[in-house]
Design a protein. Structure first.
Length: 318
């Protein structure tokens, strides 16, 4: 490796990343030259994005093709930039990775994403950035903390370990999270706090679809209200329909109130009306009364209930 590929200033460009013609192995030079002469595209050799780095001081190991940087380190590729106290940059053809240590901050200006943590790894030719240890993520709409954050520029981000998510609607504790362009999937033993009323939902998986505006809670759900007197609701799953402001409790729905029990295959809770709607074979126990109906409407505001559709019941003698 020629030492002239680097300068000992505070800001440098990894010229080797641009694959200068002098560095191409002899076996490939003929192929490259031939490709140019006959018009075969070979743009990846010459159109690679430059990698810029800077530090208070750095040492270059030319034999091992490693740069050791220290003090106010920065590493920039396009719109992505990493800063840290120390860094170790591998620049060989076989290994193109940068390791960052202490006070690591990653920034993507295009996506308006900032990630900070104790340590970081950049697979800079693949646009993959990993931040570990007290990792914090912000993008203007939400704040997320986790043990480890893996950012695939322009594609998706994965969060793992002791995850805490906060936006204007939910506060979520989970084991892991994957965010894509129009979809977010939380997994693990989830505890979800609805911020506007402090109600809690427990489940195993949450899927948010931003295109449809729906949130799905699956894996056996438990809805625990914050307001005294409101019922606890368990079901196989819940779907929150944002544009309707309703929670749909689906399959094996069991509602336990102070003076009643309701079972149904489907319960729809309308937030604005504060009303539960049961559909499709509803079974209700109220004191010594056992009532079956096709539909049910139960107002949480005034505790009034309306049964409709093939209503039948039994009153047990006390």
């Amino acid at each position: 490796m020629s030492k002239t590929l680097f300068t000992d200033s505070k800001e440098s460009t990894l010229n080797n990343i641009r694959f200068s013609f002098e560095r191409i192995p002899v076996v490939l030079k003929g192929f490259v030259l031939t490709a140019i002469l006959i018009g075969i595209p070979f743009f990846y050799v010459f159109s690679e994005e430059e990698i810029h780095y800077g530090a208070d001081s750095y040492t270059i190991d030319y034999d091992r093709e490693i740069i050791y940087a220290s003090g106010h380190v920065y590493f920039k590729s396009g719109s992505r930039k990493v800063t840290s106290a120390k860094a170790r940059i591998y620049y060989s053809d076989e290994k193109q990775v940068a390791l960052f240590f202490k006070n690591v901050i990653f920034r993507d200006d295009v996506e308006n994403v900032t990630i900070s943590g104790d340590e970081g790894t950049a697979y800079y030719r693949k646009d993959i950035y990993i931040i570990r240890g007290n990792a914090q993520f912000e993008d203007g709409e939400r704040k997320i903390s986790a043990n480890r954050i893996e950012y695939h520029s322009g594609f998706y981000t994965v969060f793992e370990g002791n995850l805490k998510f906060l936006d204007d609607q939910y506060e979520i504790l989970a084991d892991s999270l994957k965010i894509e362009e129009k979809r977010a999937v939380f997994s693990g033993d989830l505890k979800i706090k609805i911020r506007k009323n402090s109600d809690i939902i427990y489940c195993k998986k949450l899927i948010y679809n931003s295109e449809k505006g729906n949130v799905s809670f699956t894996g056996g759900t438990l809805y625990v209200p914050n307001r005294e007197g409101d019922p606890i609701i368990s079901s196989d799953s819940i779907v929150y329909v944002e544009n309707e402001g309703s929670y749909n409790f689906i399959d094996n729905v069991y509602i336990k109130g102070d003076k009643y029990i309701i079972r149904a295959p489907l319960i729809i809770y309308n937030e604005s009306e504060e009303t539960l709607y049961g559909v499709g074979g509803v079974f209700t126990v109220m004191g010594n009364k056992y009532i079956e109906s096709d539909r049910l409407s139960y107002s949480l505001k005034n505790s009034s209930v309306v049964f409709s559709g093939n209503v039948r019941g039994v009153v047990k003698k006390k």
